[in-house]
Design a protein around this ligand. Structure first.
Ligand code: ZN
Length: 220
């Protein structure tokens, strides 16, 4: 159990780092993301390669095999469904669910996840706005922009967050920025690129560049 827990997390991280293009991921990047020494990363990569889950040659980057990709997507599916369950059915805040879902995502039962999906009414997005892969493993990544790419005067809908840290989500809660709210960029500060943003046609807040970079939006 503990073993596959770690293996699945590696596959998930490789999936995230290689992006939509399926780029090669370096051992160094993996060591950084997992906060482990490069030597331990190499051991794990060798193990994953033996199981046919990744393509790995020493001194080169890694990519997921088709099987590895399938496992990664299924872990992501479970993670996001559990987050919906925790928020919608158990009343957790969106800032509280990530760590719990990190554990629940490793429960192997396929029946459990399909029943959970049906119980929740086949949700397409998790509480952070991330798309949930379907049972066949199709993952449709919507074409969102970050708020920093929005022009002054444009109105957009807040669709998701790139940063899932509780402190960031709590900051958004305090600012009244939630999924689905309307943001209108009123002014961008030349000096530090902070933006005056009106929320739902009501109060206007100054949003730092760091926050803007982590907000996913789409045209209204
Ligand atoms: Zn999460």
């Amino acid at each position: 159990m503990q073993n596959s827990f770690t293996e699945e997390n590696y596959l998930k991280i490789i999936h995230a780092l290689s992006g939509r293009e399926g780029l090669e991921v370096s051992t160094n990047a993996l060591a950084e993301s997992t906060a482990t020494r490069a030597a331990s990363v190499t051991d794990m990569l060798r193990k994953l390669a033996e199981k046919g889950l990744i393509n790995y040659k020493k001194y080169q980057g890694v990519t997921l095999t088709e099987t590895g990709e399938r496992v990664a997507i299924s872990v992501i599916r479970k993670h996001r469904l559990w987050e919906v369950f925790l928020v919608e059915k158990l009343g957790f805040g969106w800032d509280e669910v990530h760590d719990i879902a990190e554990e629940l995502e490793h429960i192997p039962s396929d029946i459990l996840v399909e029943k959970l999906d049906a119980f929740l009414g086949h949700p397409r997005f998790d509480p952070h706005g991330d798309p949930i892969p379907d049972a066949k493993g199709n993952l449709l990544e919507p074409d969102y922009r970050v708020l920093t790419d929005v022009q002054v005067g444009e109105k957009v809908l807040m669709m998701g967050v790139l940063d899932h840290a509780p402190s960031f989500l709590q900051h958004l809660d305090r600012s009244g920025i939630t999924l689905g709210c309307v943001l209108e960029v009123r002014e961008i500060n030349e000096y530090d690129k902070s933006a005056a943003v009106q929320i739902n046609g009501e109060q206007t807040l100054f949003i730092s560049l760091e926050v803007s970079k982590n907000l996913l939006v789409q045209r209204r």
